[in-house]
Each structure stands twice: as structure tokens, then as C-alpha cells.
Design a binder for this molecule. Sequence first.
Ligand SMILES: C[S@@+](CC[C@H](N)C(=O)[O-])C[C@H]1O[C@@H](n2cnc3c(N)ncnc32)[C@H](O)[C@@H]1O
Length: 188
Amino acid sequence: MAERVVPERVVPAQRLADEAGFKKSCIPEVGRLLALAAAAKPGGVVAESGTGAGVGTAWLHSGLGPGARLVTVERDEELARRAAGLFADDDRVRVLTGDWRLLEAHAPFDVFFCDGGGKRDAPERVVELLAPGGILVLDDFTPSAEWPPRFEGHVDELRLFYLTHPDLDATEVLTTPASSAVVAARRA
Ligand SMILES: C[S@@+](CC[C@H](N)C(=O)[O-])C[C@H]1O[C@@H](n2cnc3c(N)ncnc32)[C@H](O)[C@@H]1O
């Protein structure tokens, strides 16, 4: 069966990931969610923690409106430098090098793909950085048939935090039969 076409910049980003031996890029199913979220906020501030090789950034970029801005941060200097090269022709995009907290200067976020820093170590701060109506995407969960959700025999407290946060309307969506993402919007 033919594979579904991916946005133009995802191809060089995936090539960079392959060359760098970087194995943590988001999967296309998550990428399409990211593109959708960015497209829903055409004049918004779109943020990503953990640029990696720029695959998620490229998906976000594919939905980016003409008046939107995309800021992403990566603590690995070499990855950040190489990923920045993929977007050097578009002044709507900034690739920062350093800790994810550098993103705070660009908040509030209309879309936040929290994928490297923040998700586990500062979840409350992650929610605070969202604009009213801002969309949060967190991937790499393992679907659980139970409530509260469980992972490796224990209640998944982190997932529960986001799914039940009083400032969020949140849900978990399957991205493949074996993986899921939490998608949330901050209440206005
Ligand atoms: C899951 S990968 C990112 C994949 C990328 N978002 C994508 O979808 O293709 C996580 C990345 O976050 C970076 N990272 C981890 N902790 C970080 C932090 N505190 N600040 C900035 N980057 C961080 C790692 O170096 C790694 O490249």
C-alpha cells in the first residue's frame, strides 16, 4: 500500500534524524495532530520543548499560519544547530539552544508540544504557560483500558495530572493501537 505523503519539511528533518542516529522523533500520527493544532491557531504562538532533529517542528510548521510564530528549544547544541538549518529561510521560526525554560520568554502559548523538558519535571508550569484556549499536546503514552490510567502496574500519576487538571479540558487519543497522546485546551 502506498504511504501517505508527509509535509515537505518533514522529509529533510527525518533525514537529519537518521543521519544523527536520533530515534525519538514523533511519529506521523502525532505529527498530523501537531499540524492540526498549529492550523487551528493561525495567528498564534506555537511552542515545542525538545526540538530533537526537527521532525515535530516540521509538522508544526506545516500547519503554521502566515501570522503565527513557532519557537522550539533543544538542549543538545549540535541537534539544535542542525535543526535550525532546516528552518533558516522562515523568519516565523526560532530554534533556541538550551533548557526548555528559555521558552517562557515567549509565553503564553496558543499551542504547546511539550516533548523535552517540562512534561515531567514541571507539569504545573506547563499548564500556566498556555494562553486561554491554548492547546497542549503530550505524546508517548501507553493506552490504558482502566481509570485511573495505569502504566506498568501503577496508576500513571503524570497522565492523571493532565487529564484531570481543573484548568484544562483534556482527553487521551490513540495515535496507534499501542500509543496515545494527551490533548488538552486551557479553559478561558
Ligand atoms: C522526544 S525528543 C524530541 C522529539 C521532537 N519533539 C520530535 O517530535 O521530533 C526529546 C528531546 O528533548 C530534549 N530535551 C530533554 N530535556 C530537555 C530540556 N530540559 N530542555 C531542552 N531540551 C530537552 C532532548 O535532548 C531530546 O532531543
